[in-house]
Write a protein that binds this ligand. Structure first.
Ligand SMILES: NC(=O)c1ccc[n+]([C@@H]2O[C@H](COP(=O)([O-])OP(=O)(O)OC[C@H]3O[C@@H](n4cnc5c(N)ncnc54)[C@H](OP(=O)(O)O)[C@@H]3O)[C@@H](O)[C@H]2O)c1
Length: 247
């Protein structure tokens, strides 16, 4: 399908930036709205020179920020046929993945849920009402294989795993509601594959070089899978190659 208008949440760096660039390389696209949290980390996004690109600030843990963001989305661009939420954390100052139960801290768990689980559902709440009701359209969020409960064999990473499992459940629930309100919409949780970004950087030591993908390579594959989704697929948890991942 031809996407004319798209929104990328969390486009300052990493996968969100690469997905924004990849969307802009599509001929049919007329407008891309890309969110950033702070100009300090969004130099690469601000360096993109393209009249079809609009940059808007958004802090995904702040609902008032979503209200301002949605309010700034111009009606002139038409409803977005694609919304993709890429903002997420695995580590940040004062927060790193727990190796054992002993390392679990309430504050860190609340923080990772706020960004990784609640952030995407707020994107759905504020942006799906702007999407086409019947025309084919796509809402996706970047999840992670380690959010699969069925696939959890190694343990550890309590907060990150659980925040992605919660994200998957929230998106599944959104997909069921949207079958009534937006019958043309496909809602997807996507595992991007291990990608060379700041998020994976401290953990790349255990990854074989041929299993570590460039952001642009992953962006291309993610968009291929997202855009191939039909309303019948809505509510899926899919890998970057399109295969389904167990819950
Ligand atoms: N890279 C991988 O191997 C991998 C694997 C599996 C899943 N994923 C998932 O893919 C998504 C993107 O990861 P990435 O590798 O691109 O990470 P990244 O390079 O660290 O980029 C993370 C993005 O999220 C934004 N962000 C974080 N907290 C935010 C907040 N509170 N409000 C607004 N924006 C916020 C960051 O903005 P700032 O620049 O302002 O910090 C940045 O744009 C994440 O959900 C991650 O869990 C990645």
């Amino acid at each position: 399908m031809e996407i004319r208008s798209a929104v990328v949440i969390g486009a300052s760096r990493g996968l969100g930036l690469a997905i924004t660039e990849e969307i802009l390389s599509t001929e049919s696209i007329q407008s891309v709205t890309a969110s950033y949290r702070s100009e300090d980390t969004a130099e690469a996004l601000f360096a993109l020179e393209d009249p079809r690109l609009r940059r808007l600030p958004l802090e995904v843990t702040d609902e008032a920020s979503f209200e301002a963001f949605a309010g700034s989305m111009g009606q002139g661009d038409g409803p977005p046929q694609l919304v993709i939420h890429c903002a997420g954390i695995l580590h940040e100052p004062g927060l790193s993945p727990e190796k054992s139960l002993r390392q679990c801290r309430a504050e860190a768990l609340q923080r990772i849920f706020a960004v990784n689980s609640i952030g995407p559902v707020l994107t759905a709440k504020h942006l799906i009402p702007l999407m086409p009701k019947r025309e084919a359209s796509h809402f996706a969020a970047l999840s992670a294989m380690v959010g699969s409960i069925g696939d959890n064999r190694l343990g550890g990473w309590y907060g990150y795993r659980a925040s992605k499992a919660a994200l998957n459940q929230l998106l599944k629930t959104v997909s069921i509601e949207c079958k009534r309100t937006h019958p043309g919409l496909c809602v997807s949780a996507i595992h991007p594959g291990t990608t060379d970004t700041d998020l994976s950087q401290p953990f790349q030591g255990n990854v074989k070089p041929d299993k570590l993908y460039s952001p642009r390579q992953s962006a291309r594959r993610i968009l291929r899978v997202v855009l191939a989704g039909s309303p019948e697929d809505s509510g899926r948890f899919a890998n970057w190659d399109g295969s389904l991942i167990p819950w």
